[in-house]
Write a protein that binds this ligand. Sequence first.
Ligand code: CTP
Ligand code: ZN
Length: 151
Amino acid sequence: MDKTLKISKIKDGTVIDHIAAGKALKVLAILGIDESNSISIGIRVTSGKLAYKDVIKIENKFLEKLELDKIALIANEATISIIKNYEIIEKFKLDMPQVFKGIVKCANQNCITNAGEPVKSEFMTVNADPLTIKCVYCKKEMSGEEIINNI
Ligand code: CTP
Ligand code: ZN
């Protein structure tokens, strides 16, 4: 008897695979997925390459650049597969963007971007792994949970 339970393949949509175990819910939260999509989530599933991984499959959803950049901030290790009619038509690793505009709120309360002025937040990547980003305006550096909590 086959005792493994696999997450079904999807017909059309996006698979976010090889997410470090435990991060899938954060990824879903920042994507702001609502009730209109069918979603399968695997948390701490065994994987050949990684001991454990998380995986998210979102039917009929094709991610935009801004959404991919947000995922890169949380799970840069992820692999994205785009599925059309059951076939993988595109599969890629995420690029770590060098600049993030309007995605992360600066943790410095005195930063111009938090002053109610029409200035969008903007960060440069200073280090990709572990990720450290730096506010272009006040030079505040942010990493780890501080980034995730301010998306
Ligand atoms: N997938 C899916 N629906 C499809 C086709 C693929 O949900 N119609 C999923 C697979 O389950 C897998 C991912 O898309 O999570 C990538 O598919 P594939 O490259 O076939 O899987 P692997 O070879 O296991 O990928 P990798 O080597 O990258 O782990
Ligand atoms: Zn700032």
